[in-house]
Design a protein around this ligand. Structure first.
Ligand SMILES: C[S@@+](CC[C@H](N)C(=O)[O-])C[C@H]1O[C@@H](n2cnc3c(N)ncnc32)[C@H](O)[C@@H]1O
Length: 256
């Protein structure tokens, strides 16, 4: 395991370069609900491959503001537990679940997912959507996620394939397949995000975040470098997703 702290990984999972930015993230991201994963893509995969009933229990680790959890409960009628470290995100998720009429199906909790993977067990489906390497490298992540689901249960990960072998954080598709073999999971489906879709979504989100960053710059001029840095790293991540890596949603099934 790397020596980065939970806070450093948290900041990185939201593309912040420094932990100094963490207190400002709820303000910067207040106009967004989806923080990384596409609830539509996940729903489509689940509907295609899983038999979901009112008894189905899903766990959404690093659920952010609950966009995936709430949509799953609303569209499929299953139970979902979402866990995230940022209390403002969890409060937002609770409100959204009420707004969508699925407050009874959704449970949201503030918590550290590196601890939750040790105690949460027996789910039919676990989701790790755009959370990065908070749980470790690819192999460590899948091994920990496997512990939370039943035998034959499912794992959905939104991450990225490296386009070549230059960056160890992003294995190539072949690299991921090797890890699936080693960890006893089977790739059931995958959806690589289209560049056009990504650029259009990124432009929309950048505009919203940029407006909030400007407000913060006016209020805290001495921290302008922090907010400018955030906008730059958001753009850099999008550029990387267009060139060096390909964002992908993976559906895996636990086989042993
Ligand atoms: C890019 S966001 C994705 C949120 C959500 N899955 C979605 O797709 O909308 C990454 C999330 O991981 C959460 N996170 C990072 N490290 C965490 C940890 N150790 N425990 C719980 N949540 C964590 C962040 O607070 C953030 O909400």
């Amino acid at each position: 395991m790397s020596k980065r702290t939970v806070e450093e990984k948290l900041a990185q999972s939201l593309t912040a370069e420094s932990i100094e930015l963490i207190p400002y993230l709820p303000y910067l991201l207040q106009d967004l609900w989806e923080l990384g994963s596409s609830p539509e893509d996940m729903l489509e995969m689940i509907t295609k491959h899983l038999r979901v009933s009112a008894e189905t229990q899903a766990l959404d680790l690093g659920c952010g503001k609950g966009a995936v959890s709430v949509n799953l409960a609303k569209e499929l009628g299953c139970k979902v537990k979402g866990i995230d470290l940022i209390p403002e995100f969890i409060a937002f998720a609770v409100d959204k679940a009420q707004e969508f009429g699925v407050g009874e199906l959704c449970e949201f909790a503030v918590g550290d997912i590196t601890a939750a993977v040790q105690t949460e067990k027996g789910y039919d489906l676990v989701i790790l959507g755009a959370v990065g390497d908070v749980l470790g490298n690819t192999e460590e992540t899948i091994t920990l996620l496997k512990n939370t689901v039943k035998k034959g249960g499912y794992i959905i990960i939104d991450d990225a394939y490296g386009n070549d072998e230059t960056d160890p954080r992003y294995p190539t598709r072949e690299g991921w397949l090797t890890v699936f073999n080693r960890t006893g999971v089977r790739l059931i489906d995958e959806k690589v995000i289209e560049d056009e879709e990504l650029v259009s979504l990124n432009n929309q989100q950048q505009a919203l975040i940029g407006k909030r960053a400007n407000e913060l710059k006016r209020k805290f001029p001495e921290k302008a470098h922090l907010f400018d840095g955030y906008l730059r790293s958001q753009q850099a991540e999008c550029a990387a997703l267009e060139k060096e890596i390909s964002g992908v949603t993976l559906l895996l099934q636990v086989i042993d």
